[in-house]
Design a protein around this ligand. Structure first.
Ligand SMILES: NC(=O)C1=CN([C@@H]2O[C@H](COP(=O)(O)OP(=O)(O)OC[C@H]3O[C@@H](n4cnc5c(N)ncnc54)[C@H](OP(=O)(O)O)[C@@H]3O)[C@@H](O)[C@H]2O)C=CC1
Ligand SMILES: CC(=O)C(=O)O
Ligand SMILES: [Mg+2]
Length: 650
């Protein structure tokens, strides 16, 4: 439990410059850890010095130039084996005599501040010994409870709330109060709490983010910060960042432009990186880029927290994004993973193309979604009795998710059959807001739709497209709820003994149909999965368990695989590897229930397998930099995973 403090200076601490090899971690906003200005101040309340705590103090000198000031509190894990490319963060090795440096010292958070320090706080779980050693006597009631009992109590409390948003806020408060308890709760109760911290509730949280905003959970980078983004990044209390999830808030789930309030999405996604994929919380950075919003309701909402202007576009937008992408690489290194999330499609494809060759980036809505859906389709072969190449696909929605999934299916079929991509695309049809995408529309189509413009007469209505195309698989990526009508589902059921119907749009309100509708209208024959969870459905005496086709199955494991192999670029083959790894985790027991995804309850094991297969691919493709390659990548992935178990303090 060691805190690095910018202005601290302990004159008798051993300076250990480049030779520091201890795990040095910690940080939080300065308010949590008081500062020692000089030796005479060492007994300030809230700080235990080495003499008081018995902790070994390590002092280091940080490289810093005037225009390159460090953040007020940084965290670094010099022993980390999970890549990230962060080395010599403090510039200790490379500082030269003419460079200005800040003298850093390490202090120990204790007493009242320790209880307000979410990385270290254990609440009532502090042992008697820890209460003595860390000045906690009297600050806590006498009972000492176990981590498990804390989890039980929190779950009891959370279950008392009837309103999902209240549960969400209780979870966010817990994250800010006791990080390890938050993650243990989430990991141990993943199926119950995923809908709270993630879709659907996170959608409502974003809509009301201005009203419920309490504390910064990530970085807001607005047009006001143009020219100063590097500086802003340094304000974040952690420095050894391995994953950034960034949004500009323009397409939040299927809820549209929520501007700056989209922050709930990167925060939620990153809490899944930790809970589901084992990336440690201090290595995760949520970012929201604020270029304004075109949402009139928000612009007129007195509680709106973002820039009150219409969205910047064109060069102004591109320059801000470029400054961000450049600064991120500059501060966190080549191997920081950047996940683009919930950008509108008119920016998403361009950003991915532009930065895909220079940064370790992927777009979750295009690529993560494609990977999870492909996994479900591969698994569905057992239930539907057809190979991927034998299917005919129809999408409602031809944006990021729709064309992303279509592209990966075509690639996989092409790899499986040896047929050229142009051929495999012919079995895949998409409908957008103007109807079926056909060659007569080609001229006016956005570039990402063009490969899907096949010869066919124009069709406006989905149900007519179903009847004409005769798909075996119907996939909803429109963001519009209720679009898989009774007529549409019945048409699918009339064409197929086992129609595959994936209703991917989020949150629940935007789902193309409900699980109950899919099962009822298909007389219980549909193989159904949805983006947001639905409860099991009883139809004519039989219980049907719908799966959740959500990219949350993929991105935590994919990210872990990239980080642990020190990958420098994302490659389509890694997405295919992730799909296969996920599909391989579906058991006979799952199939017997009609599931094409394994339950989220096993997600950490699933993520380890995905990570291992992604890392394997990274090594095969020569994109991995972590050498030597670990022999057993599954074991290695598991060993890299963050555990929320409490640490014992000396
Ligand atoms: N389950 C999961 O893991 C994921 C789910 N999603 C969900 O998918 C949805 C779409 O996301 P995304 O692809 O990024 O969004 P986009 O905005 O990129 O694409 C939406 C597409 O839907 C089309 N569309 C809109 N309204 C209709 C309509 N009434 N009838 C037919 N087509 C329509 C649009 O048509 P046009 O092009 O003509 O405007 C566009 O092609 C969202 O709800 C999102 O939450 C996304 C990623 C992952
Ligand atoms: C799940 C997800 O990424 C989305 O709905 O946008
Ligand atoms: Mg998304």
């Amino acid at each position: 439990m060691i805190s690095l403090n910018r202005t601290s200076l302990l004159s008798n601490s051993g300076v250990n410059g480049s030779g520091i090899n201890a795990r040095r971690q910690r940080c939080r906003p300065p308010a949590y850890v008081k500062v020692l200005a000089s030796r005479s101040n060492q007994d300030q309340k809230g700080i235990a010095t080495s003499e008081r705590s018995g902790s070994a103090l390590v002092e280091s000198t940080l490289k810093e130039t005037k225009d390159h000031a460090p953040s007020s509190c940084v965290s670094v894990d010099l022993d980390s084996t999970v890549g990230g490319g962060v080395k010599d963060v403090y510039g200790e090795d490379s500082a030269t005599e003419d460079q200005l440096v800040t003298p850093w010292a390490v202090s120990v958070a204790s007493g009242y501040n320790l209880l307000r320090y979410p990385h270290h706080n254990k609440g009532l779980a502090f042992s008697e010994k820890e209460r003595d050693a860390h000045y906690l006597r009297g600050l806590l009631p006498p009972t000492v409870v176990s981590h498990d009992l804390q989890v039980k109590k929190m779950m009891h409390n959370i279950r008392q709330y009837q309103v999902p948003l209240q549960k969400y806020m209780a979870m966010m408060d817990l994250q800010e109060m006791n990080e390890r308890l938050f993650y243990k709760l989430l990991i141990d109760n993943v199926e119950e709490l995923l809908p709270v911290v993630y879709t659907p509730t996170v959608g409502e949280a974003c809509q009301k983010y201005g009203s419920i905003f309490r504390r910064p959970q990530g970085l807001f980078i607005s047009l006001k910060e143009k020219g100063r983004i590097l500086e802003v990044l340094k304000n974040w209390p952690e420095r050894s960042i391995q994953v950034i999830v960034v949004t500009d808030g323009e397409r939040i789930l299927g809820l549209g432009d929520l501007g700056c309030q989209g922050m709930g999405i990167p925060v939620g996604k990153l809490s899944l990186y930790t809970a589901l994929g084992g990336v440690r919380p201090s290595a995760c950075l949520p970012v929201t880029i604020d270029v304004g919003t075109n949402n009139e309701n928000l612009l007129n909402d007195e509680f709106y927290i973002g820039l009150r202007q219409r969205r910047a576009t064109g060069q102004e937008y591109a320059e801000l994004l470029h400054e961000f992408m450049t600064a991120v690489k500059q501060i966190y290194g080549e191997k920081v993973l950047i996940q683009f999330e919930d950008f509108a499609n008119h920016n998403a494809f361009d950003l991915l193309e532009k930065y895909g060759t220079t940064h370790l980036v992927f777009n979750d809505d295009i690529q993560g979604t494609a990977s999870v859906v492909l996994a479900g389709l591969v698994a569905a072969q057992k239930l539907a009795g057809r190979t991927l190449a034998d299917h005919r696909f129809l999408f409602l929605g031809a944006g990021e998710a729709g064309t992303g999934i279509a592209g990966l299916i075509a690639l996989e079929v092409s790899k499986q059959t040896g047929a050229p991509l142009e051929e495999t695309r012919k079995n895949i049809w998409l409908v957008d807001s103007k109807g079926l995408i056909v060659s007569s529309r080609k001229e006016s189509l956005q570039h990402f739709k063009k490969p899907w413009a096949h010869e066919h007469e124009p069709i406006k209505e989905l149900v007519d497209a179903v009847k004409s195309i005769k798909p075996t698989v119907l996939i909803g990526t429109s963001g519009v709820g209720g679009t898989f009508t009774k007529e549409v589902v019945e048409a699918m059921a009339a064409l197929n003994e086992k129609p595959i119907i994936l209703s991917l749009s989020n949150p629940t309100s935007q789902s193309e149909c409900t699980a109950e509708e899919a099962y009822t209208w298909s007389q219980g024959r549909a193989i159904f999965a949805s983006g947001s969870p639905f409860a099991p459905v009883e139809y004519e005496g039989k219980v049907y368990v719908p799966g959740q086709a959500n990219n949350a199955y993929i991105f935590p494991g994919l990210g872990l695989g990239l980080i642990m192999s020190g990958a420098i670029r994302v490659h389509d083959d890694m997405l295919l590897a992730a799909s296969e790894a996920l599909a391989a985790q579906v058991t006979q027991e799952n199939y017997d229930k009609g599931l094409i995804y394994p339950p989220f309850a096993n997600i950490r094991k699933i993520s380890a397998h995905i990570a291992a297969d992604v890392a394997t691919k990274a090594y095969e493709l020569g994109l991995a930099t972590r050498v030597p390659r670990p022999d057993d990548l599954v074991k290695y992935a598991e060993s890299c995973m963050y555990s929320p178990a409490y640490r014992n303090y000396r």
